[in-house]
Design a protein around this ligand. Sequence first.
Ligand SMILES: O=C(O)CCC(=O)C(=O)O
Ligand SMILES: [Fe+2]
Length: 349
Amino acid sequence: MSKNVSPDNPVVVNKNRFRERAVDVVDIRELGYEAFREQYVNPLIPCILQGVIESWPAYQKWTKSFFHDELGQLPILYHHVSNDGHTLDWLKGLPRTSVSDLIDRLDRGEAVKHFEVSHPYYDFLGQNPELLEDLDLKDLASLFPSGKFLGLDRTDSKAWPFVPPYPPQLFMAGPNAVSSGHYDPDHSHTLHWCVWGCKTVKLFPYDASTSEAMSKVCKLNIYDTLDEEIIAENPILDHLDGWSVTLEPGQVLFMPSRIWHFFRYEETAMSFVARCRSFDDWSGYRAFSEDQQSPVYLLPFFSELWRACDRRDRTWLGQMMASQPTLLVFLTRCVLFFVRVFSRNLNKS
Ligand SMILES: O=C(O)CCC(=O)C(=O)O
Ligand SMILES: [Fe+2]
């Protein structure tokens, strides 16, 4: 058994020989914050959390029909899905449609997704801020210990892509859609609220020694029965040991930092996802900045998205990214070099 699995939950060996168990369902009002941090956050064990969002107006109000009928005319961006069935096809750009049209097309099984990329250009809630009044993000922040980094609270996302976490995101996809397996490279702890619809997720603990092997299997649809040949080529598949859970509307899944997750939509579904930075020191920052979404990799992409935004909608940093990407990448590289060399000393100071 891997080190970070729930030891008491019965194990099922699935059709592909992965070992899977259910996640605990806990009520934070009974468990308490301290116990949640000790039993789930610190050992990096996922769970479903009750008692966090039930008092939000959005909990009752944000139904599929509310989005389809009441917000139906609002514009929303989406992606096409590539022929492999799960990666986003960037070559087809970021088209825009209305919310009701997108939901209808998802229901019809069209290969499209609304998958926010943590940028204001694609941020549906940011563009419709009255919807944010239906949420109280402080309830999510209070689940985690306080801890500032460069003056930013753990849930403060305004410095993304320089400092985690990602800003809150919406995800919408249709029946049988799968998302490529991944861990979130901002290294944050995640609260994934399945707002409406139903989706399954398989979760596996992060382990640096298997990370390379995992990144080879992440493009497979592990919900299908895999060929023996594929299993033989990817021996990691014979050692997968984690959790599987089907999320119902209203459920909030806690996904700890860097857990691998593979989602499949059982029907058209929408999730709201909020993040909390998992580190508050320079070693944690260094680990993030050396991973796949180092700011130096994201800057050119963010710069393009800022250029697509109307000039009046750009923040000052957005304007910098739009107009001076090369300079910004150079300066960021210098800072990251400094962090790499001095991260230990910075932590002591
Ligand atoms: O909902 C999905 O398909 C992906 C969600 C995800 O990757 C996340 O919550 O981090
Ligand atoms: Fe993710």
